[in-house]
Design a protein around this ligand. Structure first.
Ligand code: FPP
Length: 236
């Protein structure tokens, strides 16, 4: 991929359609999530091999807390399993893991495990896997505004000091570049409170494929298609 036209560092994904994938097969929704977790592994591996530097996956939104207790518990258990057993391969492949989202809503054992995984992978530099967990973009933006208000109240900044760079630095994603590509699976054409600030100039790709069926091949097709797009960032 040496003749790349567009810069491609960061792919963000809304992994949608796990529930429908299972329901279509007469199985409980949680089976779809389990299969979806397999796809997470396949796509992470593929992204690393394709030279993608940042991959951000929407694993659980702040709105997802409103799902049935059984489904929330199943998703949390999947996550526990992932944090315990699937990290080894990521470690071997030089993947650094970071999490974005509202940690205080998560169970203590999960938060501790997240911290541990972040610390253990901090020096890995092949790819950053960013997992959005209990994440909501509006809340992230509100939190940033609050932090800026505190700085102002303390007399540390003037209103003129607030600019795009400063605001970006107050977000969970402060250390990572904005996504170049957003992919949403399952035929829905929405952003669903995901990276609202960061997606300002991302190229959008919507596919009917349900997340458990999403494959490396389709990822490669999207990247190829992306390379034919003209990114203008608002310019002519
Ligand atoms: C959306 O599908 C998907 C989710 C809410 C959860 C995504 C979680 C995983 C892929 C597995 C766990 C993740 C990790 C990182 C191990 P949906 O349930 O809304 O599907 P539907 O729209 O068909 O109901």
């Amino acid at each position: 991929m040496t003749d790349k036209k567009n810069k491609l560092e960061h792919i963000a994904v809304i992994m949608d359609g796990n529930g429908r994938w299972a329901q279509k097969r007469g199985m409980p929704r949680t089976v779809g999530h389990k299969k979806g977790a397999e796809t997470v592994k396949e796509i992470t591996r593929a992204a690393g091999e394709l030279g993608i530097k940042y991959l951000t996956l929407y694993a659980f939104s702040t709105e997802n807390w409103q799902r049935s207790e059984d489904e929330v518990n199943a998703l949390m258990d999947l996550l526990r399993e992932y944090l315990k057993s699937d990290i080894k391969e990521l470690q071997e492949n030089g993947v650094r893991i970071i999490f974005i989202g509202e940690r205080d809503m998560l169970a203590t054992d999960i938060v501790e495990q997240m911290k541990k995984v972040e610390e253990e992978t901090i020096n890995n530099n092949k790819m950053v896997l960013c997992i959005a967990l209990s994440y909501g973009s509006r809340q992230e933006i509100v939190n940033a505004a609050r932090r800026i208000a505190v700085l102002f109240k303390r007399g540390d900044i003037e209103p003129e000091d607030i600019d795009i760079k400063m605001f970006s630095d107050m977000l969970y994603t402060k250390d990572i570049p904005d996504p170049d590509i957003l992919i949403r699976t399952s035929g829905e054409h929405r952003i669903s409170n995901y990276l609202l600030w960061q997606l300002a100039y991302a190229e959008m790709f919507f596919t009917d494929t349900l997340w458990p069926d999403f494959s490396r091949k389709e990822l490669e097709q999207i990247i190829q298609d992306y390379q034919t797009r003209e990114r203008r960032y608002g310019k002519v």
